[in-house]
Design a protein around this ligand. Structure first.
Ligand code: TNX
Length: 753
């Protein structure tokens, strides 16, 4: 069949208009990521021993995958007459597009490339029972509803990252990871292979990388912020041999996944320097890092260092055919370069302004080398500082500013903002989660991401190649925990980058996630499940209880007792008239299927008062807005990213609370988050004022549980207004994470009694 592209699209629109109206939400197709266009047709195709596959060599990988999936998933042998046809169709939007046309008599998979057909196969896979995943399908006739799907990705770069330096995972684990991402139509695996805590790629020319840099003497136990820090006393490490790496690259290719290796420079290089101290500026012997963070010993820009890096890259290029090589570039403190004679002379001789321009010189020199070998570099957004290397692609991780800046400079960007795509952050703000680095990125937040950042013209938006979630593994020692952090958030990301839907419906998506869990169960993939979890929020009408999937039965109590099936059923917001404690749970068939939601609401004197914040909080940490500061609900003691804390990046804040009338005030209380590891500092002091009397300054003392508590006793001050000035902590001191940047301020509920 050969039709022009326009004719094809017109034809398709006609079909979809004709049938779309009958296709309601209740019979939503259970496919993730959701295909762009689906038309359900009459009848079913039956997969059985009369079925066979026909394809030519264009479709070897995709057809081979389907054959293997069906024959190893069931007793169906596919030796029948060909009724699944792979057909080359060039009139499609791009090489990854496909058509999957299921009719009662045959299935047609149409694409211009094997890659497109591979995605058709992944869609078809999700139309088969999950039991195919582990070979336990016992049916001889498997019904597939007839439908016509035309599907195409929004973004050409769809990535998942994995850090194997902080913790390492087996070759089989890496393959499972690649399988999982290919199933969801991702096309890139970003493999973070070198860092301060371990060098994980065999480089034959430098045996000490294997002998020394691959190991650390011990590892931090528990959270970085828990003082005193403790260590396990156990040597940890290992590396992937070049044979193993070839195996992984080939495995990924057979799933149309490109592996992009990351070799970090000039920072995060402590392990390499532990093996070859001359690569650092001081030449002193150091060890691979045993805890997390940002370290001063970085590669020194000497000719010998560049020679080393070029040798390393030569071996890397042999192993990885990817167009892109990731060269890191993040978090490189300039302390050593400032004190290094060689670096200072280099700055002078090259006419550079400072150490940032020296970093740019470093990256540009490596870029030139890689460009000369026909490759392109990707770097973290710090490579913008001191001037961007001419052809570099920027991976924007510190929010989206880096992306905006790079796109405006006509450079390609990949979105990995730590506001939405850091899967090492917590995904739930209740108890029972495994220890994580911090942060809070629930499923819904990932689902609501728009990979195109604000502030770009349409043309500039064209530089956004796509998005990627990062999985840093400081706090992730096992592969079960890797998949727990990744699933289900990867499902939301797959939908966002495959489709970037305009009209999002989180509840509908959550229902598909619940269905997808059946597949994960059969695959034996450990995942987080918070779909039955109740969340609460204050509204003008009272307290609202919700679950991600609609129409679940929620029962609640206000007397402190555990909710039961005989408790009050939730139907409308619960009015709050005084101090209240709500406990709630979801019940299905008389059985409790959620954990107990529990929320105290403090009906203090400023509850529901008029409040203004100047300036407004940072848009990533805006909590529940100004009203959320007096909604009776305190923030979590361990998650500053929840919807009760508000955060400011470097700014001073002024808060005005209007109690409506002159009110007797005895105490004012609040909390400031204090987690120096995350650049968050409580202010040194706070000023509190009232109308008609002079203001008071209160000094703050952070405790070791990440907080600074403010409580001021006023002995019956009378005032209608309360003025609170919260100055920013200021510049983060040397030796701390984020040194030289302004600190973040996080503020909790303001409680007035
Ligand atoms: C920052 S993201 C890092 C990593 C850490 C991560 C933890 C980036 C380019 N650098 O080294 O593992 O934060 O979330």
């Amino acid at each position: 069949m050969h039709i022009t592209k326009t004719a094809f699209i017109l034809f398709f629109m006609a079909v979809s208009l004709a049938t779309h109206s009958s296709y309601g939400q209740s019979d939503e197709l259970q496919i993730i990521p959701k295909p762009a266009n689906v038309v359900v047709k009459e009848g079913i195709f039956t997969l059985n021993n009369r079925t066979g596959i026909a394809y030519d060599e264009t479709f070897q990988v995709s057809a081979g995958f389907l054959r293997n999936y069906i024959t190893s998933g069931s007793s169906i042998d596919l030796n029948g007459k060909a009724s699944i046809h792979f057909i080359k169709e060039t009139a499609l939007p791009n090489p990854e597009s496909y058509i999957l046309d299921i009719e009662p008599s045959q299935i047609k998979i149409m694409a211009s490339t094997d890659k497109g057909a591979f995605y058709a196969v992944q869609t078809l896979r999700q139309l088969l029972p999950p039991s195919f995943e582990n070979g336990t399908c016992e049916k001889n006739d498997v019904a597939i509803p007839a439908m016509y799907i035309e599907d195409s990705p929004e973004f050409p770069y769809r990535g998942m990252h994995l850090d194997v330096c902080r913790h390492m995972f087996s070759i089989d684990n890496i393959k499972t990871y690649i399988d999982a991402i290919a199933m969801l139509k991702f096309n890139t695996f970003h493999w973070h292979l070198t860092d301060d805590q371990g060098w994980r790629i065999e480089i034959k020319k430098y045996p000490n990388l294997q002998k020394v840099a691959a190991y650390r003497t011990e590892t931090l136990i528990g959270h970085y912020n828990t003082e005193p820090q403790q260590f396990d006393g156990k040597r940890y490490g290992g590396y992937y041999t070049q044979e193993q790496i070839k195996d992984i690259v080939a495995y990924a290719q057979s799933r149309h996944v490109t592996v992009i290796p990351e070799i970090e420079m000039p920072g995060h290089a402590q392990a390499a320097i532990s093996a070859y101290p001359e690569l650092g500026c001081t030449g002193k012997k150091i060890d691979a890092a045993t805890k997390w963070g940002v370290f001063d010993d970085i590669f020194c820009p000497k000719d010998a260092t560049f020679e080393f890096l070029q040798d390393v890259l030569d071996e890397v290029l042999e192993l990885f055919p990817s167009e892109y090589i990731h060269i890191g570039g993040d978090e490189a403190p300039k302390t050593r370069w400032e004190a290094c004679q060689h670096c200072q002379t280099l700055i002078k001789n090259k006419g550079l302004k400072d150490e940032h321009e020296l970093q740019s010189y470093f990256i540009t020199r490596i870029e030139k080398y890689l460009n000369s070998k026909g490759r392109q570099i990707i770097g973290w957004d710090e490579i913008l500082e001191g001037g961007l290397a001419p052809n570099a692609t920027v991976m924007s991780w510190r929010g989206t500013n880096g992306a905006v800046e790079a796109a405006k400079l006509n450079h390609n960007v990949i979105m990995t903002p730590n506001s939405h795509l850091y899967f090492d952050y917590y995904q739930f703000d209740g108890d029972g989660e495994p220890l994580a680095i911090g942060g809070y990125i629930p499923l819904e937040k990932v689902y609501n991401l728009n990979p195109i950042p604000d502030g770009l013209t349409e043309e500039q938006a064209g530089y956004v190649l796509g998005a990627q979630a990062n999985l840093w593994t400081e706090y992730i020692p096992t592969f079960d925990q890797v998949t727990y952090m990744v699933f289900p958030r990867i499902l939301a990301l797959s939908e966002v980058i495959w489709r970037n839907p305009k009209n999002k419906n989180y509840n509908e998506f959550a229902a598909r996630v619940e269905n997808f869990q059946n597949r994960l169960d059969v695959l034996g993939i450990n995942y987080a499940n918070h779909l039955n979890t109740i969340t609460g929020s204050m509204s003008p009408n009272g307290f609202v209880l919700k679950t991600p999937i609609l129409n679940k039965d929620i029962y609640y109590t206000l007397d402190g007792n555990l909710p039961q099936i005989h408790s009050k059923k939730y139907t409308a917001p619960i009015p709050i008239m005084g101090n209240t404690h709500i406990k709630a749970a979801v019940f299905e068939d008389n059985k409790q299927v959620s954990s107990v939601f529990s929320q105290s609401i403090n009906h203090h004197k400023a509850f529901g008062a008029k409040i203004t914040l100047n300036p407004l909080p940072h848009k990533t940490y805006s909590g529940s807005g100004a009203e959320g500061m007096v909604n009776g609900i305190s923030g979590s003691s361990s998650r500053y990213g929840d919807k009760e804390w508000i955060g400011y990046s470097g700014e001073d804040v002024e808060i005005v609370i209007d109690l409506g009338k002159k009110t007797k005030i005895n105490t004012i209380e609040t909390r400031f988050y204090h987690a120096p590891g995350q650049w968050i500092y409580a202010p040194k002091s706070v000023e509190i004022g009232f109308n008609g009397s002079s203001s008071k300054t209160v000094t703050l003392h952070p405790t070791d549980d990440l907080m600074a508590n403010l409580k001021i006793d006023l002995k019956k001050t009378k005032s209608r207004f309360i003025f609170i000035k919260v100055p920013n902590f200021g510049i983060i001191p040397e030796g701390k994470q984020g040194a030289g940047h302004r600190a973040w301020t996080f503020i909790d509920e303001i409680i007035v009694n």
